[in-house]
Design a protein around this ligand. Structure first.
Ligand code: ADP
Length: 397
């Protein structure tokens, strides 16, 4: 069936629309006044019955092939749980008015179909049907009710299209996250093997010359860098799909900081890293994840400052219930705008894009870990004056 006009049947106001539109359709096709009235009456009877039983019916008026010629059809659909019987007056009466009357179920909905033949003399053809469709599409609303209904229709179409767009972009995002996760896993495995062999070579006694051991050292260092990047990508996909989990344990903070600074000093021997003295404080943290935070902040402090400069780690009570840890460097610093954006995913400041490598995700992951621990993270910095990254974590008990 080529649909010409469609009306949702929600309340009595739609009855008027159904009647007028069916009358107009029959008139525009060129049916006699008597046939127009008969068709419109049958349509109104079914429309009333549908509206009486449900507010979610629909009616489409259209043209289709009918016994070697065209037929004018009104096709009603409504909830499949609703079945009309001849006890429904309108339903009974409408059957008497039109030559063809069908009911049944299709596509999970009940339907009623009314059909009358269109005489060949009106010379209906595909182009006339198309003009009819355009006429109804463009026709001004019959009354204020129809105007609102049309606007609502177009609004809900827009909302539907937007929902679909959001759904699609979510789907694409999920696929991207899944791809990152799978690719990172695939890269991680051989990389771990490369690292393991380079360490074996480094540790070999007489089998390898110093030159070879030096190469192995370089391979090991680069493999570590790559592994950190791959691990960051894996963490991003964990954050995206909400599967970043924590194993909290009670930890003495100053011991933990001293250990972290020791490890990072070993990795960055050309900087001077100083853990400031502080009172013993107990915190409830995931040690591995917190290690990641320190490694990122201390690593950045070294990466974005000159060799031989100092990096200090201070810790002090922030308030009664939390401790503040501050990592102070004497490096390149950053603009105010960068300071506001550094915790965003993939953010890298313009000043470092060409000079320093990186993915721009370390601080995003660190801030997620800190906020998941119930703390907050921020930076104070000025270009050329160094940066201080502060974060808080709740004290235990
Ligand atoms: P990456 O270092 O891989 O780019 P991060 O998320 O760790 O990613 O850092 C984001 C950006 O924040 C960096 O690209 C750099 O512009 C800036 N940044 C981070 N730490 C410092 C620092 N200590 N001094 C100056 N800029 C920094």
């Amino acid at each position: 069936m080529v649909s010409i006009v469609s009306i949702s049947l929600e309340n009595e106001m739609d009855l008027v629309l159904a009647h007028k539109r069916s009358m107009k359709a029959a008139e525009k096709i060129g049916l006699t006044a008597a046939t127009q009235t008969t068709f419109a009456t049958a349509v109104s009877e079914i429309a009333r019955t549908v509206i009486e039983h449900t507010d979610m019916g629909n009616m489409v008026i259209g043209v289709d092939q009918y016994k070697q010629r065209y037929g004018l059809t009104a096709y009603f659909t409504f909830d499949s749980s609703i079945k009309f019987t001849n006890a429904d007056e309108g339903y009974y009466y409408a059957q008497k008015l039109v030559p063809e009357f069908n009911t049944g179920e299709a596509n999970g909905k009940s339907f009623v179909e009314l059909k009358i033949g269109i005489p060949r003399s009106v010379k209906l053809d595909a182009s006339k049907i198309n003009l009819l469709k355009i006429y109804f599409d463009k026709e001004a609303p019959l009354n204020a009710y129809e105007e609102i209904k049309k606007r609502n229709d177009s609004l809900s179409k827009i909302a539907g299209a937007q929902e679909e767009e959001i759904r699609q972009s979510k789907l694409i995002n999920e696929k991207k996250t899944e791809f990152i996760s799978v690719a990172s896993h695939e890269i991680k495995t051989p990389l771990t093997v490369v690292k393991a062999y380079s360490q074996i070579i480094k540790a070999a006694k007489d089998e390898c010359s110093d030159r070879v051991k030096d190469f192995a050292e370089k391979i090991d260092r680069q493999a570590t860098k790559l592994l950190t990047l791959v691990q960051q990508l894996l963490d991003i996909s964990k954050i995206e799909n909400g599967s970043l989990t924590y194993n909290l344990e009670l930890v003495n903070l100053s011991d933990f900081i001293a250990e972290m600074v020791g490890i990072m000093q070993h990795i960055h021997p050309n900087h001077v890293m100083i853990p400031a003295e502080s009172d013993p404080m107990l915190v409830f943290i995931d040690k591995l994840r917190m290690e990641q935070v320190f490694s990122n902040l201390l690593g950045n402090a070294a990466k974005y400052s000159d060799q031989q400069t100092t990096i200090t780690v201070n810790s002090a009570k922030h308030n009664d219930s939390s401790v503040r840890i501050s990592i102070v460097d004497q490096g390149i610093g950053m603009s105010e705008q960068s300071a506001q954006s550094v915790f965003e995913k993939f953010y890298r400041s313009q000043d470092v894009l060409k000079s320093h490598s990186g993915l721009g995700v370390g601080l995003y992951i660190a801030s997620k870990i800190i906020t998941d621990h119930g703390g907050s993270i921020w930076v104070e910095s000025a270009i050329g004056k160094g940066s201080t990254f502060h974060f808080t974590i709740p004290l235990s008990g």
